[in-house]
Write a protein that binds this ligand. Structure first.
Ligand code: GN1
Ligand code: MG
Length: 388
């Protein structure tokens, strides 16, 4: 049973009473010493929980954003299913290290995977993976390669978990038509009178509806299989170990049915960008092709055994779609008055949208080259023959 160190509470004052009460609900080992905000997520509140004893693990505590994830029980059920499945698969793989490679949920004393407090907030606790690190931006080609391996392996290990076992935690999450409808609604409402300042961005978004709907159309025509995908494959959702080897994929809230191209594209969005997601100076945004190749190599090493030719061909469509879709979502939130994403200043969402749209333009210019690179890596360097 967790104890709270009075020394830590009074001396540093860092443990907020509410968090202390929440932590006491979980079956954690050791004495909580320090609780600090952690990470750079835009949705939940995340805290690092350090215990005082050397032989007790540390933890990650999260307050789940229930405005974004309205059915917290469904989110947690998905995470339980997925982590259990990944663990079972890793046990059966030579060299698999389930305790290090999969997130471990700490149950409450009531054996629940989350705790709902008196103020409608839901909390969950994970084991902290010591010695690992996530990066907002890629620094080396090896990191890009490892990111590709991590997300590829994640998809591969989940190919034998039936898709219908998972619930859709956010409906139409990467559905571009639905995202257009939300954008249009925000534009018509224009609650903050911001539409007049974003005429160029509105035009950019409107001019791309058909080309950005290709994956959705292929899916509707039955040409792309629905698989279990991660749906938030930013580079910082792969934890790397001290040798920069991929260790664990995190942030499993949106693991649900989807198309592999969505994961590929969302990962490329953060991996090849030489600047940050919200870069103000658009001239700093470039596409690093070496990182693209390395990510793709890692990804295809893990996935060519199951990807269809149709899926392979769709990957490049995901590469332009995902930064576009994120740009559209940021722009929509800006028009809406910044209700969804955490922002640090007034025009933050607009700055994010502009940076993503710039990235789209750069990726569009390189689309043919990127496609050829994907095909070349898939066939020649691996000698693999994708299934039809
Ligand atoms: C959000 O969890 P976090 O902050 O990494 C968002 C993703 C976006 C991302 C943009 C549930 O992810 O879809 O790609 O911000 N998650 C949700 O950085 O909306
Ligand atoms: Mg997320």
């Amino acid at each position: 049973m967790a104890q709270l160190s009075s020394r830590a509470m009074t001396e540093t004052g860092k443990i907020h009473q509410a968090q202390a009460e929440v932590l006491a609900q979980f079956n954690l080992q050791g004495t909580v010493g320090r609780v600090e905000p952690f990470g750079s997520g835009h949705i939940h509140d995340t805290f690092y929980v350090e215990t005082l004893e050397n032989n007790s693990p540390d933890y990650l505590l999260q307050r789940i954003n229930h405005h974004v994830f309205k059915d917290v029980a469904a989110v947690m059920k998905n995470i339980e299913l997925v982590t259990r499945h990944l663990r079972q698969r890793l046990v059966s793989i030579r060299g698999g290290r389930p305790d290090l490679e999969v997130l471990t949920l700490i149950p409450t004393h009531q054996q629940k995977s989350f705790y709902k407090d008196g103020e409608e907030s839901s909390w969950r606790l994970f084991l902290f993976l010591k010695g690992t690190r996530g990066y907002d931006q890629v620094q080396t080609e090896q990191q890009a390669y490892e990111g590709g391996r991590a997300y590829g392996k994640f998809q591969a290990l989940l190919t034998d978990l039936p898709v219908h076992h998972l619930q859709e935690t956010i409906a139409d999450f990467h559905n571009i038509q639905s995202r257009y409808r939300l954008f249009q609604a925000a534009l018509e409402k224009d609650p903050k009178g911001r539409a007049k300042d974003v005429v160029a961005e509105i035009q950019f978004a409107r001019g791309r509806e058909a080309q950005m709907s290709q994956i959705l159309k292929l899916g509707q025509e039955g040409k792309l299989p629905i698989r279990i995908t991660h749906n938030d494959t930013k580079f910082n959702n792969v934890l790397l170990d001290a040798d920069d080897r991929a260790q664990c994929v995190i942030d499993l809230d949106t693991v649900m049915p989807g198309y592999v191209a969505y994961d590929f594209g969302d990962a490329i969005r953060t991996i090849v960008n030489t600047a940050s997601e919200d870069e103000k100076d658009l001239d700093k945004i470039h596409v690093n092709l070496g990182l693209f190749e390395n990510f793709t190599r890692g990804y295809l090493e893990e996935t060519t055994s199951f990807l269809t030719q149709g899926e392979l061909d769709s990957l490049v469509l995901g590469v332009t779609l995902l930064p576009f879709l994120m740009g559209l979502r940021f722009l929509t939130d800006y028009l809406d008055g910044d209700n969804y994403y955490k922002t640090e200043f007034e025009s933050h969402n607009l700055q994010r949208a502009r940076a993503q749209f710039r990235l789209v333009e750069l990726l569009e210019e390189k689309q043919q080259y990127l496609h050829n690179t994907i095909q070349k890596i898939a066939t020649s360097s691996l000698g693999a023959c994708p299934r039809i």
